[in-house]
Write a protein of this length. Sequence first.
Length: 376
Amino acid sequence: MVAGDPGTDTGARKASGGPGPRQAWSGLPWPVRSAVLWSACLVVIVAGLYLLGKIAVLLAPLAIALAATLFLTALLDPVLLLLRRLRLPAALAALLTVLLLLGILVGVGALVWNLTASQFDQLSQQLTQGLERSRDFVTSSLPVTDAQLDDLVDQARQAAGSGSVDPIAGARTATEVLGSALLALVLLFFLLKDGRSMWHWVLSRMTGPNRQVVAESGRAGWQTLGAYSRGTMLIAAIDAIGIGVALVVLRVPLALPLALITFLGGFVPIIGATVAGAVAVLVALAANGPTTALLTLAAVVAVQQIEGNLLEPLVMKRQVRLHPAVILVAVTAGTLIAGIAGAFVSVPITAVLWRVIDTIQSHRTTPAGPTPAPAG
C-alpha cells in the first residue's frame, strides 16, 4: 500500500490502540453529545458576561453614565417627540427636554430636602431603636444568645465591607459621581438631539436581510427600555404614595422620608420594595410599638400585592415583564458585579436583551420572504 491509503491509516489507528477522535465522538450517545455542546456554550456565555462585567467595573463612572443616559433618554423620548411635533428644531427640543429634567430634579430635591433634612437624624435614631427592639424580641423568643447575635452582626458588617472612613476615597467617589452626572447630562442632550440619526447611520451600513433584523430588534429593545423606565417610575410613585398615606394614617413619624425611600427602592424590583418595607416597619416598631408595626406591615404587604397583581400588569407591557425568578437572579448578579448601581441597571438590561434575542429568534423561525424596507 502507498502512503495516504485509507487502509494504511486504519491500520495505523488500530496499531495505536483505538479509534480516532471523530469516531469516538460519533460513538457517544446523543444525550451526552448534547450535554457537552450546551455546557460549552454556557461556559462561553458566562465567561463573556463575566468579562463584560469586569470591564464595566473598571470603567464604572463611564458605565454608570451610559446606563443613566440610556434610561433617561428612553424616559424623556415622548417629551422630545411632543416638542418636535410643535416644529421646534432638534437642538432646541433636546435642550428644553434636558432643562425640564433638571428643573424637576432640582425642584423635587429642594422640596424633599427642606421637608426632611431635619428628620434624617431622627430616622437614624428610630431605626436604631427598632433594631434594638427586634434584638430583644429575637433573644427572648428564640434560642439565640446575645453573644451569638453579636457575632452574626459583626460577620454581616465585615461582609458588607464596613470599616473606617477614608476621606481620600470619599473625595474620589464624590468626584466620580459628579463627573458621571455631568457626562450623563451631556450625552443625554446629544442622544436626544441626534439619537435617531445615529441609528439611521448604523442601519445604512447594513444590507440584505440583516438590516431588517437589526432594525426590528433595535426598535423592540428601545420600546422595551422606554416602557420599562416609564412603568417603573409610575409604579414606584404609586407605591410611595400608598405606603406614605398608610404611614400618615397610622401616625408613624418620618412618613415623608420613608415614602422617599420606598420610591427609590421601587427601581430595584422585589428586593428594593422589601428593604423599604422593612425600614418602615422598624420605624413604626420603634415609635409606636408592635401593634402599629404589624399594621404597617399589613399596609406594606397590601400595597405591594395590589401593585404586583393589578398595577404592574396594567402599566407594564407584557413583553417587558419578567419572571420573578429571573428578576432575582438578575438583581443578585448585578449587585455582585457592580454593587448598588448594578442592582439598578440589571433588570432593564435583562429585559432589553430578552426582547432583542426574542425578536432575532422570531426572524429565524419565520419563513423567508421578500424583505421590506425598514421603517424609520
